[in-house]
Write a protein that binds this ligand. Structure first.
Ligand code: SF4
Length: 352
């Protein structure tokens, strides 16, 4: 049995102090952390329960047109908040495409950013894993790796980030609000998760004791609401992580693309912003040829990390289709299977 302390602070300052001890971990809904503790992949010596901290469960529409989301807001509550989903439909679509209804009802916004890779070797303590045990090696390199990374990977780790929610957030320039032993700081989500390099065990910019207290989306994000989609390819239609996903958004005026956003999921250890693709689309007519050029640019640096070359072509197809869906217009209703390639815009299953 692994013994650990459990503490339930009543303020952010108390939580930060409690979590600054070596071996401490924050506990929110625990939908990933508790699983990892059960299999012995993580063994924190102290759990700091942040679920009852005051003021972290609010969705606030800001005066400048942006939105602030408290870290303890539940995924389902955010996705079903009408004002939020209307302004940020691709984010709501991504949220509703993740996990299961039961998990979405309890999992938190802050916890979503902190979820760990689903690489099977990371969960199996009998396997070598640099991310779990620095210097141990990477069993995935010569193992079962068809779902692993094709961008930004290293010989030390080829894992992917499993989040759906973070993909449109990166596309729309979300900012992470962090409180820590040295005070408050804001970090663009695009720079929050780290690529593996030679230190895959370090997954984010957080240092000991730092706590995510909220997220902000800037006012510009809502400007894409008329043409914004999230599309996710997975090995079964629900309750599965993305093989590849794309958040694609456009601002179209007079038949011309005035601004484009693109981020990918399932391809790297972090949500992958494709800025070169966005630049290519500026001034273009929204058609399949332009979207194909954008897709090629997004994957220009992609390399298989194992038996996964198919993901490069798959990602290009997902990008093209996500942009075609976005160009056609955000549907009035959430599709029957959010973010699924098998769902039509009208909520009727296209393969039923
Ligand atoms: Fe561990 Fe990363 Fe290798 Fe998976 S890919 S076994 S997480 S080091």
């Amino acid at each position: 049995m692994n013994l650990f302390d459990y503490v339930r602070p009543v303020s952010v300052a108390e939580a930060v102090a409690a979590a600054s001890e070596p071996g401490a971990a924050y506990l929110a809904a625990g939908t990933n952390l508790v699983d990892l503790m059960k299999v012995g992949a993580l063994r924190p010596s102290r759990l700091v329960d942040v679920t009852r901290l005051p003021g972290l469960d609010r969705i606030e529409m800001l005066a400048d047109g942006g939105v602030r989301i408290g870290a303890m807001v539940r995924n389902a509550d955010l996705a079903r908040d009408q004002a939020f989903a209307t302004a940020h439909p691709a984010v709501a679509e991504a949220l509703l495409s993740g996990a299961s209804p039961q998990l979405r009802n309890t999992a938190t916004v802050g916890g979503n950013l902190m979820q760990r890779t689903r690489c099977a070797y990371f969960y199996d303590t009998a396997s070598a894993c640099n991310r779990r045990e620095p210097g141990a090696g990477c069993e995935a390199l010569a193992g079962e790796n068809r779902t692993h990374a094709v961008l930004g990977w290293s010989e030390a780790c080829i894992a992917t980030n499993p989040s759906d929610f973070c993909v449109p957030l990166v596309a729309f320039d979300a900012v992470v609000e962090i409180e820590g032993p040295r005070g408050r700081r804001d970090v663009p989500l695009e720079h929050f998760h780290l690529l593996p390099g030679t230190t895959p065990a370090r997954e984010s910019v957080l240092v000991a004791g730092e706590l995510i207290t909220g997220l902000r989306l800037p006012p510009e994000a809502a400007g894409f609401r008329a043409h914004a989609r999230y599309l996710k390819l997975r090995e079964r239609t629900s309750f599965a992580f993305a093989l590849v996903s794309a958040a694609a958004a456009l601002r179209i005026e007079g038949g011309t693309i005035r601004s484009a956003r693109l981020a990918l999921g399932g391809v790297a250890a972090k949500p992958w912003r494709a800025r070169a693709s966005e630049a290519l689309l500026l001034g273009a007519t929204p058609n399949v040829e332009a979207f194909a050029r954008a897709a090629d640019a997004a994957l220009a640096d992609a390399m298989p990390s194992g038996d996964n070359a198919f993901k490069i072509e798959l990602a290009k197809r997902v990008i093209k289709r996500a942009f075609l869906l976005a160009a056609a217009g955000t549907p009035k209703r959430m599709p029957a299977l959010p973010a699924s390639a098998f769902s039509s815009d009208t909520g009727v299953l296209s393969h039923a």
